[in-house]
Design a binder for this molecule. Structure first.
Ligand SMILES: [Zn+2]
Ligand SMILES: [Zn+2]
Length: 215
């Protein structure tokens, strides 16, 4: 299984797997996180909020994925070499919008769940089949987030999408960095794959035309 660069601003991985420095204000009554750049008074219930380590507060050892900076409404495409099926879609902007896709890797005989998060709009539905380069949605900063980015997570799972090794400290997430092919951008790869057969057909047509002209 390979993952390709998901966003245009590919140089900017803003947070790696396992990092645990993100702090935000947290209202335990409303169960909501707020940027530490703003006020520590909860806008909903007016209680004073403590500054918390976000991942610890979520029961994680650290960040459970890799964050790729994106621009507002940047198309985020499915960036895995194996085709997959959309297993879960979250359209609630308060919790963050995103997509989970399950794919099978025949090289390792394993199923993987691939998570992309913090969208402003989701463009797929549960049950959709997706291939590398198909659009999943548009990037933003919905949910627990401090700036526009695509959070990418990978979990090993069963065929039905049930996460394996859920108690590994990251709710089953593993470091996705090992899967990235930093040479290719998912969308550009898709474009190339679409264009190369067209180019090939054009060359063949031209050859045919030349052979007719020669006669
Ligand atoms: Zn509150
Ligand atoms: Zn993240």
């Amino acid at each position: 299984m390979k993952l390709y660069i998901p966003t245009r601003e590919s140089e900017y991985i803003t947070q790696y797997f396992g990092k645990n420095s993100l702090t935000m204000f947290y209202c335990s009554a409303c169960r909501k996180y707020y940027s530490r750049k703003g006020s520590n008074i909860c806008p909903s219930c007016r209680k004073i909020m403590p500054l918390v380590k976000v991942y610890e507060n979520m029961g994680l050892k650290g960040h459970n994925g890799i964050d790729w900076r994106c621009y507002y409404k940047e198309p985020i495409d499915y960036n895995c070499s194996n085709p997959g099926i959309v297993k879960m879609v979250d359209n609630d902007p308060t919790g963050g919008m995103g997509v989970e896709v399950v794919s099978y890797d025949k090289d390792t005989d394993k199923y993987y769940k691939h998570i992309a998060w913090h969208f402003i709009k989701v463009n797929v539905k549960v049950g959709d089949k997706v291939e590398c380069g198909d659009n999943l949605g548009l990037g933003d900063t919905t949910g627990i987030s401090t700036g526009n980015h695509d959070h990418e997570g990978v979990k090993q799972c069963n065929k039905d999408g049930t996460t394996l090794d859920y108690n590994n400290g990251y709710k089953g997430a593993i470091d996705p960095y090992q899967f990235y092919d930093m040479e290719y951008h998912a969308r550009e790869l898709y474009f190339m794959r679409k264009q190369i057969p067209l180019l090939y057909k054009a060359i063949e047509a031209l050859k045919g035309l030349l052979s007719i002209l020669k006669k």
